[in-house]
Design a protein around this ligand. Structure first.
Ligand SMILES: *Cc1c(COP(=O)(O)O)cnc(C)c1O
Length: 379
């Protein structure tokens, strides 16, 4: 069978299980978006603060007069612009140094295997993001998955396995991307310290959204992780990611993280945009408050409708169970002009397909109410 015939069979099989995913081309980003001439209220982006379409950020695109980095950072693709931006990012999260990666995915699959390997132990939350899971696998360390946010179970695993491992790394999302709940970071930090383990916190959904001036959940809780990952494509509205920590961490990753070493340097044209985004995020307390109000209202109203709405963050999941049910509700919302997309396995465990609603600071209260009304109208 030809490759394309074989893939056609596989695609039909996926479709029959309600698992086929399709790309949909939109005409813009923001709280309201257009697709094929229709407008939709957008409750599915990670652009929490509305910065992806911010006119001030856009004006910075032309600032350096250079587009690409021309080589990997270790060859001739490292510019002063990169250093300046990494300094701003480190300052933003209150850690000594930071290193840019092309994406959060690239950062996690590069940094984790740079830190641990065969003979070491990794303890990973069962609900961690796919990029953390892949980073753990690539490391070839001994990986133990602890039940979601279960500190007692984690301690049991540390007691059982820490002794036979050289180094141990505890890996967790700060805010879980499909459930909108928070990791017990203080307890994890305390446990890591007592068992001589390092703590790796993925703040993809919390930098810019939580903490003083948006510095993240670790800062909010007074936790100092050994490794902090922040993304720049979500609340910052741009692209890319950074890993922050000690000066030695940055120097080690520069030498060893394969997704850094063997990749072209971060696009230069985006660096002034990122610094402008850092400044905008730091000054965005009003937007963060508005975002929190929208999320609280949405969560509370949907719970009053009897829906299963876990979590407490700006991610508002509505767990519906089967893929078919999640697709039907998402389709119903779409018919009413609202994008609230269905999230299915393997992104979430089988049987927990859901809508994942994410308000933006730039939504109006009336727009939030219209989502609630739409879901109410489905009974
Ligand atoms: C989105 C996300 C990533 C990946 O970041 P990108 O910059 O989009 O590649 C990593 N970790 C978590 C928890 C995420 O939600």
């Amino acid at each position: 069978m030809s490759l394309s015939d074989e893939l056609a069979v596989r695609l039909r099989e996926r479709e029959s299980r309600g698992l086929l995913r399709r790309l949909r081309a939109l005409e813009d980003v923001g709280p309201v978006v257009r697709e094929g001439g229709r407008t939709f209220l957008n409750f599915s982006s990670n652009d929490y603060l509305g910065l992806a379409s911010d006119p001030v950020l856009r004006t910075r695109l032309d600032e350096v007069g250079i587009v690409g980095a021309s080589a990997s950072r270790l060859i001739v693709g490292h510019l002063e612009e990169h250093e300046r931006t990494e300094e701003a990012l480190a300052t933003f999260v209150g850690l000594p140094r930071a290193l840019l990666f092309s994406s959060g995915y690239a950062a996690n699959v590069g940094a984790i295997p740079a830190l641990v390997g065969p003979g070491d132990l990794v303890l990973s939350d069962a609900w961690n993001h796919a990029s953390l899971i892949d980073g753990c696998r690539l490391s070839r360390a001994h990986v133990e998955i602890y039940p979601h946010a279960n500190v007692d179970a984690l301690e049991t695993l540390l007691r059982a396995h820490r002794g036979s491992a050289r180094h141990a790394l505890v890996v967790t999302d700060a805010i879980f991307s499909m459930d909108g709940d928070l990791a017990p970071l203080r307890a994890l930090a305390d446990l890591a310290r007592r068992h001589d383990a390092w703590l790796y916190v993925d703040e993809a959904h919390s930098v810019g959204v939580r903490g003083p001036a948006g510095a993240g959940l670790c800062m909010e809780l007074g936790v100092k992780p050994d490794v902090l990952l922040g993304t720049l494509g979500k609340a910052f509205g741009v692209a890319g990611a950074f890993v922050a920590g000690a000066p030695e961490l940055r120097e080690w990753l520069v030498n060893v993280a394969r997704s850094f070493v063997f990749a072209t340097g971060f696009p230069v044209a985006l660096l002034p945009v990122i610094r402008a985004a850092v400044a905008a995020v730091a000054a965005a307390d009003d937007r963060r408050n508005q975002l929190a109000r929208h999320a609280d209202r949405l969560r509370q109203a949907l719970r009053e409708l009897g829906l299963d709405v876990p979590g407490e963050a700006a991610i508002v999941p509505v767990v519906l169970g089967s893929n078919e049910r999640a697709l039907a509700v998402a389709g119903g919302l779409r018919d009413l002009g609202i994008l609230g997309l269905a999230i299915r396995p393997p992104t979430v465990p089988p049987g927990t397909a859901r809508l994942r609603l994410t308000p933006m600071a730039t939504h109006t209260a009336a727009q939030v109410e219209s989502v609630i009304e739409a879901l109410r109208s489905f009974g």
